[in-house]
Design a binder for this molecule. Sequence first.
Ligand code: GYE
Length: 354
Amino acid sequence: MKITKKLLGVTLGTVLVTFLVGCGAATTVAPTATAAPKMTTGGYVIPVAKCAPNCTYKDMTVGFIQTGSESGWRAANTSSFKETATQLGVTLKFYDAQNKIENQVSSFHQFNQDSSVTAVVLAALDVTGYDDVLAEAKTQGKIVVLEDRRIDAAPTNYYTYIGSDFIEEGHKSAAALCDLLKNSAHKNVAEISGAVGASAAIDRAKGFREKMGDCGMTIPDGLSQTGNWGVPESKAVMAAFLKKTTDIQAVFAHNDEEAIGAIQAIEEAGLKPGTDIFVLGLDATADGFKYLISGELSADIECNPLLAPQVYEAILKAMNGDTTVQTWTPSQEGQFFAAQGADALKAILATRKY
Ligand code: GYE
């Protein structure tokens, strides 16, 4: 996507909030021919900071490009970055792209041009579309870290990616629904998928399809559609599915909001979620737990939004020229079931931050 004047004009007005906590910003230098470039195992040439090897969080200014505010998971992810920046003394320039990729690309360009910015962190809306700004980040000596979602770009373009194994989450979802449907003669699954183009949606769908055959589950034609991570749209999608057919035994919803929308449509159709149709969600946010505890949601596969500490730690390592960081650090995650019982689930929920 070419960076045009108009595009730049558009975004300047959009949301950019600076959390001026830290003091000085250590400028990073694009590797010069003289200094032996420091390279990660993924082949990424690290723009080492001038304060290396003794850079601290107070030397760090991060340009953070968020997707938007589409879900409870996203809200927890955003809070993680803002709160952790305050705790560590990092200067955070937070940008909400309002779920528009053109906003992400032009804010990335702005951060590349901002001499105070040490590193750019991207939560990518799409798997493609960032080539120009990734190349620009190299010439501008900006450290790049991906959080939450992967992109289709070579690891030579970023220091590390910190996020979940969405394919594995798809596998876990299939295994959970296989268990719930073990006594069911029919195993037709309706899928409410995440936003088109998002790696979380692409990989969860792929992982589920890799394992659904293990117990004879199928996603019949016409029963897979995006709910764009939201309740109202997912409710409408599920209502339309139920108008087409009631021969549906389970719902594979790509996040909790989509599962909640499906539950509302199932109930409005006079059916009982958790009995007539098993609903599975992903994220395991507090809202998800509420529906697990009521039994309307049968399973919830966790996806950890609290990624900020790992991301800031990785940026500090890059500033100090650490080449040992892996290209991808998958998050550790669990799964929860209504069958665990309301009391046990309430006890778990009481220990969680989101
Ligand atoms: O599942 C959903 C959010 O990328 C893991 O994005 C994230 C997903 C999460 O909108 O709730």
